[in-house]
Design a protein around this ligand. Structure first.
Ligand code: AMP
Length: 238
């Protein structure tokens, strides 16, 4: 049965678990803007504004920026008109403090939180991230191994030269995984205890399209409007 509260879908998983890729694929079954705090911070850094200045060094080192800063960015973003029908969060929340702030916001603003947990093993993550390239203009992600651009080092969509993000270097990836383990992973327990529904997906084995179908199936089972596509068996809503 369809649930009329606007969904706040939280794409949750370690760096390199495919959150950004799924956020783009999920446009097919969801009418919700993709809100990536990483992309928002990178836009501020490119703009050279105060938020960008505060975050630049931290991003370079694979460290988290302050909870106050990202909580405020997300709070403001949720007030924009396109967020009224639902949102797809990618890379937020990343600490317990952020998770608590988000749950408060969802209650105040009438959203229904749903966690989508993309599980992968870390050895794969390091290989995946160090082979990742991104278009600096449209944000499209490529993987040298599984999803290369048609022409080497050039974006299929707009012809821009692809870049390796600074934080996709191996030492920084390992630091990001450490941060994930100590600060971010405990949030799952918090969401479970708060009764937030959780769609568990093993994101290490299947193709991005198969993973997308599992997520859409889980969302359809939870009554999220739009997520009613052809689905394959086996997705787990817990
Ligand atoms: P992402 O693109 O999501 O991998 O984020 C890239 C970097 O941006 C992270 O390594 C952090 O430095 C910063 N960042 C993004 N989202 C958050 C967040 N929710 N809390 C703190 N730092 C963040």
């Amino acid at each position: 049965m369809e649930n009329t509260l606007a969904p706040a879908i939280i794409l949750f998983g370690s760096p390199g678990s495919g959150k950004g890729t799924q956020a783009k694929l999920l446009r097919r079954c969801l009418n919700a803007p993709h809100i990536s705090t990483g992309d928002m911070l990178r836009a501020h850094i490119s703009a050279g504004d105060e938020v960008g200045r505060q975050s630049q060094q931290l991003l370079r080192a694979g460290k988290l920026v302050s909870d106050e800063l990202v909580n405020e960015l997300v709070r403001e973003r949720l007030l924009e008109p396109d967020a009224r029908s639902g949102i797809l969060l990618d890379g937020y929340p990343r600490t317990l403090n952020q998770a608590q702030a988000l749950l408060r916001l969802t209650v105040e603003d009438g959203f229904r939180p749903i966690v989508v947990h993309l599980g992968v093993d870390y050895a794969k993550t390091v290989a995946r991230l160090s082979g990742r390239r991104q278009c600096p203009v449209c944000g499209t992600l490529y993987s040298l191994k599984t999803n290369p651009p048609k022409v080497q080092d050039v974006c299929d969509l707009d012809g821009t030269a692809l870049i390796t993000r600074e934080d996709d270097r191996e030492a920084v990836i390992r630091e990001r995984l450490r941060e994930y383990d100590s600060l971010t992973l405990p949030i799952l327990k918090f969401f479970r205890e708060a009764g937030v529904p959780m769609i568990e997906v093993n994101a290490g084995e299947e193709s991005p399209e198969q993973i997308r179908q599992r997520i859409c199936q889980g969302l359809a089972e939870l009554g999220v409007a739009g997520a009613i596509e052809a689905v394959s068996p086996g997705s787990a809503v817990r």
